[in-house]
Design a protein around this ligand. Structure first.
Ligand SMILES: Nc1ncnc2c1ncn2[C@@H]1O[C@H](COP(=O)(O)OP(=O)(O)OP(=O)(O)O)[C@@H](O)[C@H]1O
Ligand SMILES: O=P(O)(O)OC[C@H]1O[C@H](OP(=O)(O)OP(=O)(O)O)[C@H](O)[C@@H]1O
Ligand SMILES: O=C(O)c1cccnc1
Length: 435
């Protein structure tokens, strides 16, 4: 077991690359990348960093030169032979050869493309522009680099004993959470915490703690795996994933008429349906409002495996999905509901208590698993915050996300208004965004 505190202390004086592998990323990014490589190779997209926690003035906490050094290091990475063999040969969700050989050949030659970085009003403006399948792979490493540089800026001011005690407290906290989760009968939970983690080694520690504390689901336990491919490979765990908002956001931005716009979210899933089966047929319905999405969905979507609930009130969204399945003649008890929005133990417990037995319940636990350092240093300088990296335009057209929480909406105001009209989204209940 790595002694993280000692290592953090010893590494203060040398370059310590944060991202050391192209597969230190979420599994769903690779699945989506392959799908884009096949269906939308000529689409040009801009991804952009967005700090929703305005009070965290990142450019005042992180040194620009160090950020550039880390981004440049990541740009130098190429898929290793071992990683390529794993992606080509491993079984994902029981399926072999998930990644096609034309995609793998492209990925084996791939390097992260150039970035643009400037500082405006205390914030980093970091953008990636280029072919969609090339720039989209920046999202997770860019976020992980910024999050870890911010952690390091605080850790660098701490002494050896302080660090030892900090990690002891953080470990005790994670372990207490795991002990609480052990009380939930029939729990199924995965790690979704790569992008906003405290650091790589810390995420790796948290994942191993989940394996020991909850048991690997492959052997009857509650821990279903990690979305992080590198950790899944090294620790021989299941790599898990669904799909993300970037797909409907980009398809929608490319729509030429309101009628095409209305259809765009379903076209995404029709393309996905062709490529994937079983556990990968998970609907993400909230990009332009869950209720309207389900109401107007084609019948074949009701036959999918389940749904991921990612914004708004999760109880309302799950109840809406259950009613929708019932109305379409499906048995909700056969359907999988994956909750994944800013979860922590209390909410996981409450959602499980309410929905277990009515649907198959599962959780994707992110930042508050891999970065819950709240209250552990004076000034709370290690508390996680809401940093995201999103597709903001496609072929020159701005993207829009409404979601079920207006606090998460993004896009130019007049486009947001048009999307609300086209998708029939009325008044929405705001919910505070913590991470
Ligand atoms: N950011 C990271 N991404 C991937 N693997 C990492 C990362 N940091 C550490 N590791 C791996 O975790 C293990 C322990 O890391 P540690 O850095 O303490 O080892 P080390 O012997 O000091 O090596 P290094 O000089 O590469 O840091 C090593 O196998 C290392 O390659
Ligand atoms: O436990 P969490 O930290 O929430 O981790 C998981 C979240 O990360 C992703 O979204 P992202 O934050 O990138 O964008 P969003 O919040 O706008 O959905 C994902 O859709 C989950 O919501
Ligand atoms: O696969 C997913 O749905 C996923 C993975 C990580 C973070 N958020 C979502």
């Amino acid at each position: 077991m790595v002694d993280i505190a000692t290592r953090v202390y010893n590494h203060k004086w040398k370059i310590d690359p944060i991202i050391r592998s192209l597969i230190d990323t979420d599994f769903y990014k690779l699945l989506m990348c392959q799908s884009i490589f096949r269906n939308s190779r000529n689409t040009r997209v801009t991804f952009s960093l967005h700090n929703r926690s305005k009070d965290i003035r990142l450019a005042e906490l992180i040194d620009e030169a160090e950020l550039r050094q880390q981004l440049d290091y990541a740009r130098g990475l190429k898929l290793t032979r071992g990683e390529s063999t794993w992606l080509r040969g491993n079984t994902f969700y029981g399926k072999r050869q998930m990644f096609r050989s034309d995609f793998m050949e492209w990925f084996e030659g791939y390097q992260l493309p150039p970035y643009e970085l400037e500082i405006i009003d205390g914030q980093f403006h970091l953008t990636f522009e280029g072919p969609w399948h090339e720039v989209m792979l920046w999202e997770i490493p860019a976020l992980a680099i910024l999050m870890e540089l911010r952690s390091r800026a605080v850790l660098n001011t701490m002494g050896r004993f302080e660090l030892q005690v900090l990690y002891a407290r953080a470990m005790a906290r994670v372990w207490e959470k795991i002990e609480a989760l052990r009380e939930i009968p029939g729990l199924k939970i995965a790690d979704f915490g790569t992008r906003r983690r405290h650091g790589f080694l810390w995420q790796d520690w948290c994942v191993q703690a989940m394996v020991e504390g909850l048991g690997d689901a492959a052997k009857g336990g509650a821990f279903t795996g990690t979305s992080n491919c590198l950790i899944a490979m090294r620790r021989d765990l299941e790599a898990v994933g669904t799909n993300a908002h970037e797909l409907p956001m980009v398809y929608a931005a490319l729509a030429r008429t309101d009628a095409e716009l209305r259809e765009a979210p379903y076209r995404v899933l029709a393309d996905w349906h062709e490529e994937h089966e079983g556990n990968l047929r998970i609907i993400l319905p909230d990009t332009y409002g869950t209720a309207g999405f389900l109401e107007h969905a084609p019948d074949w979507l009701a036959g999918w495996t389940g749904i991921r609930i990612d914004s708004g009130d999760p109880i309302t969204a799950a109840e809406t999905a259950i009613s929708w399945w019932q109305a379409r003649g499906e048995d909700p008890r056969e359907k999988l509901v994956i909750f994944s929005d800013g979860l922590d133990v209390a909410e996981i417990k409450a959602l499980h208590a309410r929905f277990a037995g009515r649907v198959k319940v599962s959780f994707g636990w992110g930042t508050l698993l891999t970065n819950d350092f709240r209250g552990l240093v004076p000034g709370d300088g290690l508390a996680p915050f809401s940093l995201v990296c999103k597709a903001v335009s496609a072929d020159g057209h701005p993207t829009v996300k409404l979601s079920d929480n207006p606090e998460k909406a993004m896009g130019p105001a007049e486009e947001v208004a048009r999307y609300k009209r086209v998708f029939g989204v009325g008044a929405q209940q705001p919910r505070a965004v913590v991470v």
